[in-house]
Write a protein that binds this ligand. Structure first.
Ligand code: BGC
Length: 376
């Protein structure tokens, strides 16, 4: 069945509107304007927002984001150098470059790097490598649209490249801010994509060689019984494994390991309403179906020519728009852990809506599906 996708133009305009409205004058994108815990600019969320906007021709917004990140990273250059200076191994987790910044490009209050907080006592995890890889990857996508790098951007890419060459395979919090004691497969994929992008952007041969070594590591240590796994030390999968093929292209979408992994993700993580969960055992707001991940699966399906599958995921995503034209982070109608919905609502409020990253992935899916249909 080919999806009809009622009112696609209206939904696209709504998603574009949410992303533009969520961009601070500094260029940073707020993760969610109405959810106090998410009043920060994450490298991960923002990089995908910039990518999505670029796919829809909004290059000015993407450029402002990349300028914001460049300024912010160069301002805190010392954090990177503390990790990359020879002999500086063992930098405490709380002093690693953070995953998110305030909207004006500073470490968040009370959790500034340098506070020396031990990992287990940190109020909110902030050491994640994937956002740095994703940012350089997204900057490379932007640069391809006739936006050559500025001198400052080249410096920032070099800084991040050196950082990822040193720390890229270290254990860190995963993209969901969990499991700090493992190396995460999708994180490694983002790091590889970032290093490959650095090789392209600033002719950084060492980054290219590191990307190749990490790809070998990915295939040697992150595959069990023929599928990629969520992290070292588990046989389980995670929907973020989709990143490896789409859009990072660290591994070809045709690779048998990717095909088996995607089949497992669909089989094990599709919820009753047709949306995708993060992983089995997720308890955040009960572990429901995530809009951005369902869009991700649809994007991957569009990329491999499964237009029906992609259209169905787009229908699901578009059915999650509120009357105000907003998409939530997840829907909690079918939780894996029903007892864990209310405690999170009590703690942080209702599910984050609108989540900019959900809108970004909606836009990415729309673009991939349109392109795939045009190829037919
Ligand atoms: C998610 C992150 C995300 C952040 C902001 C967290 O709950 O785990 O992946 O970057 O929210 O959207």
């Amino acid at each position: 069945m080919i999806s009809t996708n009622v009112d696609p133009a209206g939904r696209v305009a709504a998603s574009l509107g949410v992303l533009h409205a969520g961009q601070h004058p500094s260029g940073g994108y707020v993760a969610c304007p109405t959810y106090p815990t998410y009043h920060y600019a994450w490298l991960r969320d923002g990089a995908f927002c910039a990518y999505a906007l670029g796919l829809h021709g909004a290059h000015g917004s993407a450029a402002a984001f990349h300028e914001f990140v460049t300024r912010t990273l160069l301002r805190y250059q010392g954090l990177f150098e503390a990790v990359t200076t020879p002999g500086a191994e063992g930098v405490p987790v709380a002093q690693m470059p953070p995953a998110r910044f305030t909207l004006t490009g500073h470490p968040e209050p009370g959790q500034s790097p340098g506070s020396g907080q031990p990992v287990d006592q940190a109020p909110w995890p902030n050491f994640q490598l994937d956002g740095y890889g994703t940012w350089v990857w997204a900057l490379a996508q932007h640069a391809r649209h006739d936006h050559p790098l500025t001198t400052e951007q080249r410096h920032a890419v070099a800084l991040v490249s050196r950082y990822l060459q040193v720390a890229g395979a270290w254990n860190c919090y995963d993209c969901w801010e969990e499991n700090p004691r493992w190396r995460h497969t999708s994180t490694l994929g983002a790091v590889i994509a970032g290093l490959a992008a650095a090789a392209e952007l600033i002719e950084d041969a060492a980054a290219g060689a590191h990307a190749q070594d990490l790809r070998d590591l990915l295939l040697n240590e992150h595959v069990r019984a023929g599928t990629f796994v969520k992290h070292t030390g588990t046989d389980g999968v995670d929907a973020s494994l989709l990143w490896l093929a789409t859009p990072f292209a660290v591994i070809s979408a045709d690779d048998p390991i990717v095909r088996r992994t995607v089949a497992r993700i669909i089989d094990e993580l599709t919820g009753p309403s047709g949306g995708l969960r993060r992983y089995v055992g997720d308890t955040f707001y009960g572990g429901g179906e995530w809009v951005l991940l369902t869009a991700w699966l649809g994007t991957h399906m569009a990329a491999i020519g499964d237009l029906d599958g992609a259209g169905q995921r787009l229908d699901w995503v578009e059915s999650m728009f509120t009357a105000e034209g907003q998409l939530p982070e997840q829907i909690t109608e079918h939780p894996q852990a029903p007892d864990m919905v209310a405690p999170w609502v009590m703690r942080w409020g209702p599910v984050a809506t609108p989540l900019l990253w959900s809108h970004a992935m909606h836009l990415v899916l729309v673009r991939f599906l349109r392109d795939a249909r045009n190829l037919r």
